[in-house]
Design a protein around this ligand. Structure first.
Ligand SMILES: Nc1ncnc2c1ncn2[C@@H]1O[C@H](COP(=O)(O)OP(=O)(O)OP(=O)(O)O)[C@@H](O)[C@H]1O
Ligand SMILES: [Mg+2]
Length: 409
């Protein structure tokens, strides 16, 4: 990985492919970006490789042109409901005699934690992220390298995905003439761009409301505890409107974008809106539109709440929930989320501190920007042996790459 001065993040989403390019340095600087519509996916899953390849090629060409660079390697996002996760633990004894924990011990214990779970043959591991080490009796040590110990334990967050579905993403990227530097679970990348350090430390849920799926990343005590997705998002809202109003999907999308609101109660009853491209020139109350939108949005957050309930932990996390993704642009959505989830909710945009701020601050680009941040950290850790105290996940990035390579076949 060393030697690459620029990094390409590829968000292959249900409605669009976004390519974001960043330059390496002490801090990543965003240099170029492009987003093009793509119809090759359904609910986060590639169903048309050719169309996806076309969109990737177009997005990358445009992003390269805007950045003035050419790239061959991509950090490609994996999304969809097939993403799932589990947390595992392992412990190893270190040889006697006031011994310091070495990098190889970290690798050994992480590998043991991955071996402790069984991953079905039709699934593959995408990440193994250390959630914290136990050094003798001291829990939650971020970087144990150099500490004296006789026992080393680890808790590991393992993200897996469907082997076939990952292969379809990989094929689309490769057919577009790119090499895959790394496959990254999109919720992790998005969290990287949107959640603050405080939110990660306190514990918070990232909710990326996309077109096909609503991606989730739950942080507790400074590390990732859950990665997943629920199968409802912006496209379902559009679909419901198309059915309820008896109009086409493009017309329904237009109604949603111009008049949509997730809080029906606040919409004056007398507001009338015309249906677009309607031969009979029908009208409808904006309140009615909002009622349809609200029902689906609330249903989506109920699914999210259910998924969190399944985890069995304490709800809500102290840092509340953060909404991002194109779907989060819907007026009233934060209030709807707050009601259903019963916690503080804020709207999140990707943190962009250098370069292209105006262009990239859209919540729809959170994943693309996050992929570049992720790539930047991985590339930096690949160079420095064991970077101490990495700000966010993955703590000890090199161990992750190593463990994954060991188990991917
Ligand atoms: N201003 C807006 N108001 C309401 N909804 C919006 C707005 N802008 C975009 N959307 C919706 O956001 C959704 C697309 O969001 P996004 O680009 O994050 O999805 P994606 O990444 O392509 O899909 P996924 O993450 O599900 O694979 C669409 O359903 C679109 O209608
Ligand atoms: Mg998305």
């Amino acid at each position: 990985m060393a030697g690459h001065d620029t990094l390409l993040g590829l968000d292959i989403g249900t409605t669009k492919v976004a390519a974001v390019i960043g330059g390496r340095g002490a801090e990543v600087k965003l240099l170029g970006a492009a987003s093009v519509p793509c119809e090759g996916l359904r609910r986060g899953t590639v169903v048309d490789v050719e169309e996806t390849t076309r969109a990737i090629r177009e997005a990358v060409t445009k992003a390269q042109r805007s950045a003035g660079v050419e790239l061959t390697d991509a950090w490609a996002g994996i999304t969809g409901q097939h993403i799932s996760c589990m947390n595992s633990r392992a412990e190893i004894q270190l040889p006697r005699g006031n011994r310091q924990v070495a990098w190889t011990d970290v690798e050994r214990v992480m590998a043991a934690s991955v071996r402790a779970v069984s991953i079905p043959p039709d699934r593959q591991m995408i990440h193994a992220v250390s959630r914290g080490f136990q050094v003798d009796n001291e829990p939650r040590v971020r970087n144990p390298v150099g500490l004296s110990a006789s026992r080393l334990g680890v808790e590991t967050h393992i993200v897996t995905a469907s082997r076939n579905l990952v292969a379809n993403v990989a094929r689309s990227v490769e057919q577009a003439g790119l090499r895959i530097a790394e496959l990254v679970a999109e919720p992790l990348a998005t969290a990287d761009a949107v959640l603050s350090e405080d939110e990660q430390e306190l514990g918070a849920l990232l909710i990326d409301v996309g077109g096909g799926t609503t991606d989730l990343a739950l942080f507790l005590e400074g590390s990732i505890a859950y990665t997943g997705a629920v199968p409802a998002a912006g496209n379902n809202v559009t679909h419901d409107l198309a059915i309820a109003l008896g109009i086409t999907h493009p017309a329904a999308e237009q109604v949603k974008l111009t008049h949509g609101c997730a809080r029906a109660g606040g919409v004056p009853e007398e507001e009338i809106i015309p249906l677009p491209d309607d031969e009979e020139e029908r009208t409808v109350t904006r309140r009615f539109v909002a009622e349809i939108v609200e029902a689906r949005v609330e249903e989506t957050f109920r699914l999210v709440r259910q998924e969190m309930g399944r985890l069995g932990g304490k709800w809500p996390p102290p840092g509340g929930a953060v909404l991002t993704g194109g779907g989060s642009l819907l007026p009233g959505i934060a209030s709807a989320a707050q009601t259903v989830l019963g916690c503080r909710v804020r709207l999140g945009r990707p943190r962009v501190t250098s370069g292209l701020v105006h262009l990239l601050e859209s919540p729809a680009l959170a994943t693309g920007v996050g992929l570049v941040y992720y790539a930047h950290r991985e590339a930096e850790t690949g160079r420095a042996e064991a970077a101490p105290e990495l700000r966010v996940l993955p703590i000890l990035g090199r161990a992750i790459a190593w463990v994954r390579d060991l188990f991917s076949s």
